[in-house]
Design a protein around this ligand. Structure first.
Ligand SMILES: Nc1ccn([C@@H]2O[C@H](COP(=O)(O)OP(=O)(O)OP(=O)(O)O)[C@@H](O)[C@H]2O)c(=O)n1
Ligand SMILES: [Ca+2]
Length: 491
């Protein structure tokens, strides 16, 4: 007689089927309930209206994760053609017009269902600060024109304004440390060095600095539950274009008519206009009274002499604090590593010196070689580089070298703590990301609550518990189990 399987009773089969269905349902619900939703992004747009040009950055982040760090990324960048908005003082409408092509670009990159809710900011830096000093009515007209143009875009325009030097420095620091995931994790932070066309910023945390010695250089943050006492300073006129003006202005003092400039390569020659040179507030008041209309600017290419010219635009002696960088500005002791971006990067990239830990001596030697190269040879060596930039690399390199060493007091030991960078994880280093994170409250003061378990761990635990419950349930039904049929006895 065939032995009957004791499990093949209708009751146990029903229990097993219900149990399996229950487990499948439980796990499915757990997975669906907790799995990250299909990526749906939100967007923010920032226009960086710099002194030399305007750039538009589009940022995106997962819609349901507004409050997490390292989540906002730059998805697109558009360089506005033409010059910075401060150069449109005499025809402000053109400043507004100039932004249109990039705004159309933004309409393509941000999905249309998100247009209306996407915040759009314009922040202007040192070019507009200078225009505001020179002619505040003209600066207002430029803002009026760009605002009218941006209001016509489908995005949620949040206004156009000048950032203070302090904001520019602090937001650059936030950007660098946010992208490096240093803020949420409470890691040691990186300082930020930004060199623009019209101003330059230095921002870092120094344990010796609590703001008391120089409150105007102090910015306090509480981010993800950590307190930061940031030192920051912006030197107006010490961006590389205005620094060049100051160096030229210094050299015209010795006698108008012509300048033989050690900061330009031998063979370089150009006729320049005095009134154009002196139109900036950085040099106004220094124009020689007997100056002719134009002067001839020729190069003689000598790094060491150039350094002397560059030094003349700094005041290294005046200091009413315990220690200063230059021009009587307090600076605490340098500390930690630094990310140097914008023109620092462009110039060091040209010199092939963006690798980490380049000894200061090698930078000096590279500059001495660059400045001593005849201009014709330099052009042949770099046919791909725009003349506008190529002309100035000897000056720019010498300026950067002097600013970092004599200005900020980097030594041959601490110089290797500087990394020359353009991007971090695909997003440009600069103040724009920090500015947007701040205005959208994307960085919380306190650390966000984190789930007890990661998603995969959560699903596994639920599954195991469900299985255990099921087995226990089956065991608890033991009394209902059919008795084992006795082996037929052969009598
Ligand atoms: N490939 C490039 C691009 C730009 N520059 C120069 O780098 C300087 C700084 O550029 P940027 O950081 O874009 O300055 P802005 O933001 O325009 O100026 P600011 O921040 O002072 O307002 C300018 O002199 C620009 O001509 C350069 O040498 N090489
Ligand atoms: Ca800038």
């Amino acid at each position: 007689m065939k032995e009957r399987n004791p499990w093949h009773t209708p009751l146990t089969i029903i229990i097993a089927v219900i149990g399996v269905i229950a487990i499948v349902a439980l796990v499915t619900i757990a997975v669906l309930q907790n799995k990250p939703l299909i990526p749906k992004y939100k967007y923010g747009i920032v226009l960086d209206a710099g002194s030399s040009h305007t750039a538009m950055y589009i940022y995106e982040w997962p819609a349901e994760k507004d409050n997490n760090t390292g989540r906002v990324e730059q998805t697109h960048c558009c360089k506005v053609s033409g010059s910075g908005i401060s150069d449109y003082a005499s025809d402000p409408k053109l400043a507004g017009e100039s932004l249109k092509a990039c705004m159309r670009d933004a309409e393509r990159f941000v999905p249309s269902e998100r247009h209306e809710e996407t915040p759009l900011y314009l922040g202007a830096t040192a070019g507009m600060r200078l225009l505001n000093i020179k002619d505040s009515a003209a600066s207002d007209r430029v803002f009026q024109a760009v605002s009218e143009s941006l209001q016509k875009s489908p995005f949620s325009f949040q206004g156009a304004r000048i950032l203070s030097g302090q904001e520019e420095g602090a937001f650059g620091w936030v950007t660098v440390n946010y992208l490096d995931d240093r803020l949420e994790q409470g890691l040691e932070t990186t300082g930020a060095l930004d060199l623009g066309g019209a101003s330059t910023q230095i921002s870092f945390i120094s344990d010796s600095f609590d703001g008391s010695e120089s409150p105007s250089n102090y910015v306090a943050f509480r981010l993800y539950g950590n307190d930061y006492n940031l030192y920051t300073h912006s030197f107006l006129c010490y961006g590389k274009d205005q620094a060049l003006r100051m160096a030229l202005a210094h050299q015209t003092q010795s006698g108008p008519g012509s300048i033989v400039d050690p900061c330009f390569n031998n063979g370089y020659s150009a006729v320049k206009n005095y009134s154009v040179l002196y139109e900036s507030p950085c040099v106004s008041g220094r124009k020689p009274s007997s100056a002719p209309q134009t002067f001839t600017h020729t190069g003689k290419g000598n790094f060491y002499e150039c350094q002397e010219v560059v030094k003349s635009i700094f005041n290294f002696t005046e200091c009413k604090y315990s220690q200063c960088s230059f021009n009587g500005i307090f600076q605490p002791t340098l500390q930690g590593t630094y990310g140097a971006f914008s023109a620092y990067y462009f110039v060091m990239k040209f010199l092939n010196l963006t690798d980490t830990s380049v000894p200061l001596q090698s930078v000096k030697e590279a500059l001495a070689r660059l400045c001593a190269t005849p201009f014709d040879t330099l052009k042949k060596q770099h046919p791909e580089v725009k003349l506008k930039f190529l002309n100035e690399y000897c000056f720019s390199g010498t300026y950067i070298f002097t600013l970092l060493t004599e200005g900020y007091n980097f030594t041959s030991r601490t110089f290797s703590d500087i990394k020359f960078i353009k991007k971090i994880k695909g997003s440009d280093a600069g103040w724009t990301l920090g500015y947007m994170l701040n205005l959208t409250n994307m960085i919380p003061a306190e650390a966000p609550d984190t789930p007890l378990l990661p998603h995969a761990g959560y699903v596994s635990v639920i599954t195991v518990i469900a299985l255990v419950l099921f087995v226990l349930f089956i065991l608890s039904l033991r009394p209902l189990w059919p008795r084992c049929s006795q082996k037929p006895q052969i009598v």
